[in-house]
Design a protein around this ligand. Structure first.
Ligand code: FES
Length: 321
């Protein structure tokens, strides 16, 4: 499906640092449908793009099959390199170009209870999940976590949508602090767990769920931050096994960025380390894993890596490309 030209028809600030945007087709036509957990990629002025989850509040069957609008929630990143700053600068009437909706974080079609866990602006896809589960009459519990209630968007609307299924956990209200062990431990064995938020939250939920015996395909996650260069990152070399070519990956670039610039054909999607599409076999060398997909055992085996975010502990990696 080709790109869409959308007009900004509404903006508001549900709380400090977060801007809610409503977009409609420039020609007024209905928009392509989507399911809960889907995102669109918005093109930025520098030709890069950013992933934003679609928010649906309407708990009715078919609410997102040919919607009139797409709704987004964007947090202004303090060290934004352009993405969130650009999104916060948009005004009514501005036009944005987006790729049609795609869903890498879909709800499992199961009558089993859903445990929804959102951290910060990771709430956006989870809102749509709550609306879809409610529309289908399926059981769910929604735990929304943040540092401070004043910085958590959409709490009033969520209380209305979810009623007693919602629990808000705020770090600055000690009585409400989230206990992930208790949450995951208290979920029934057949539950599906959905978590969207920062890396630490996803890793903690996955670890606890694994320890409690949840099957891997019952734990669904999407990362809501973009990888940053870590202080102390070093350059390293990557050798392509099929051609013997060797490239240097500097501290501020990913393996994908370097290889793609050199014309190597690669398959990837999220570029955050949560979809697994770029996973590549490692023939020699030791990766520095920075994804949220591999288990501790898989990381220790060092035989595969996500080349969008992971780096190297050794001077050279030989990749099966
Ligand atoms: S592109 Fe998604 S994990 Fe690398």
């Amino acid at each position: 499906m080709s790109e869409l030209r959308l007009k900004v028809i509404g903006t508001h600030a549900p709380c400090a640092q977060i801007r809610a945007l409503t977009l409609a087709a420039e020609d007024g036509d209905p928009l392509p449908g989507y399911s809960a957990g889907a995102h669109i990629r918005v093109k930025l002025p520098d030709a890069s793009d950013r992933h934003y989850s679609l928010i649906n509040w309407i708990a009715e069957p078919g609410a997102t099959s040919a919607p009139a609008t797409y709704r987004l929630g964007v947090r202004l990143e303090e060290d934004s390199k352009g993405g969130s700053r650009h999104m916060h600068s948009l005004r009514e009437g501005d036009i944005v170009t987006v790729a049609p909706p795609k869903n890498d974080f879909a709800l499992h079609d199961s009558p089993a209870p859903a445990l929804l866990i959102a951290g910060g602006i990771g709430v956006t896809p989870i809102i749509s999940m709550a609306a879809e589960l409610k529309a289908k009459g399926r059981p769910f519990a929604f735990h929304y976590c943040g540092r401070s209630r004043g910085l958590m968007a959409f709490t009033d609307e969520l209380e209305e949508l979810c009623e007693e299924a919602l629990t808000v956990h705020s770090d600055d209200e000690p009585d409400t602090c989230v206990d992930l062990k208790a949450l995951v431990g208290g979920a029934s064995a057949d539950s599906h767990i959905y978590v969207c938020g920062p890396r630490g939250m996803i890793e903690a939920v996955r670890e606890i769920a694994h320890a409690r015996g949840f099957a891997k395909d019952h734990v669904h996650f999407e990362l809501f931050d973009t990888p940053e260069a870590t202080t102390g990152d070093q350059s390293f070399e990557v050798e392509i096994s099929s051609t013997g070519q060797v490239f240097t990956v500097p501290p501020d670039k990913s393996i994908i960025e370097v290889l793609e610039a050199e014309g190597v054909d690669l398959v990837y999607d999220c570029q955050r380390g949560d979809c697994g599409i770029c996973q590549t076999a490692v023939l020699e060398g030791v990766p520095d894993h920075r994804d949220v997909i591999l288990t501790d055992e898989e990381r220790a085996a060092n035989d595969v890596m996500q080349i969008c975010v992971s780096r190297a502990k050794s001077a050279r990696l030989v990749l099966d490309l």
